[in-house]
Write a protein that binds this ligand. Structure first.
Ligand SMILES: [Cu+2]
Length: 281
């Protein structure tokens, strides 16, 4: 178990260990099958070589061992499905946290960035309209809507508090993308025209990459966002800072102020932070 786990990304969410346990068991089964079938193949090459069998037999082998092995493999696969895969998946898709106890965000993918939309202190997402979408306002947020006035938007940066369920409503503006955060053991396609919820509970402070896990176009390689998991206090401070910035920016511009502030940042992290090298750009 540990041999495989050492090769995995760190576990940064509460359900990560469960997913890993399943993955490790499947890999052990695959290893046994790979070695077993490989040895059997070599045996067959030798046993049924032309020199020892000048005349072909059309009836084939009639041993009970191969049938027994096939049944055993099928039983192991059924056990993995029934006792690990199905219960783990049922929890993912049925046990959603309520919006009251979770940090709720919308993430809207586009070629080639992650637009993040927080509802602000009022807890209500402001109205968005496709007609308002522009380079300055990638989410098409209607700042005249009272619920939108306090909404925070960022590009490629998702801050979240530790030990609190996160509920992400995922969608896409153009093609199919995939929201992949390996350390959280989360991967979900973002599909145009659909809002797909995905949830997890981060339990490790740190900075993680949001990788687009679906080949989505020529710039796919640079579609990377960042997830920062913070203590509740640090998160609140970040949130308050964003609100302050929003209020001061909204007095000087009519476009979505947050997006204007971050326009230069479409392909990386916020400008105030050091930008890691992006291969090929
Ligand atoms: Cu993508």
């Amino acid at each position: 178990m540990q041999t495989f786990l050492a090769m995995f990304p760190v576990q940064a969410s509460t359900h990560a260990a469960e997913v890993d346990q399943m993955t490790v068991l499947v890999h052990w089964l695959m290893l046994v099958l790979f070695v077993g079938w490989g040895l059997f193949f070599v045996f067959v090459l030798f046993r049924f070589r032309r020199g020892a069998n000048p005349r072909a037999s059309y009836t084939g082998a009639k041993g009970k061992i191969s049938k027994g092995l096939e049944v055993a493999v099928a039983i192991v696969e059924v056990l993995l499905l029934v006792f690990y895969a199905i219960p783990a998946w049922a929890k993912r898709v049925k046990a959603f946290p309520s919006e009251n106890e979770a940090t709720v965000v919308r993430v809207v993918a586009e070629q080639f960035a992650w637009n993040v939309h927080y509802p602000g202190p009022d807890g209500k997402f402001g109205r968005t309209d496709i007609k308002l979408v522009s380079a300055d306002n990638p989410l098409g947020l209607d700042r005249t809507d009272p619920s939108a006035k306090d909404d925070i938007t960022t590009i490629n940066q998702l801050n979240l508090p530790i030990d609190r369920p996160v509920l992400v409503h995922l969608s896409s503006k153009d093609v199919i993308h995939s929201f992949g955060v390996y350390e959280m053991r989360v991967k979900q396609d973002a599909i145009p025209g659909m809002s797909i919820p995905v949830w997890f509970i981060p339990n490790r402070i740190g900075e993680y990459e949001i990788a687009c896990s679906q080949l989505c176009g020529l710039g796919h390689f640079r579609m990377r966002g960042f997830m920062t998991i913070q203590t509740a206090a640090d998160y609140q401070k970040w949130f308050d800072d964003q609100e302050k910035e929003l209020r001061s920016a909204s007095t000087t511009t009519t476009a979505d102020p947050r997006s204007v502030a971050r326009r230069a940042d479409r392909q990386g992290r916020p400008p105030s932070r050091p930008r890691p090298p992006v291969p090929g750009s």
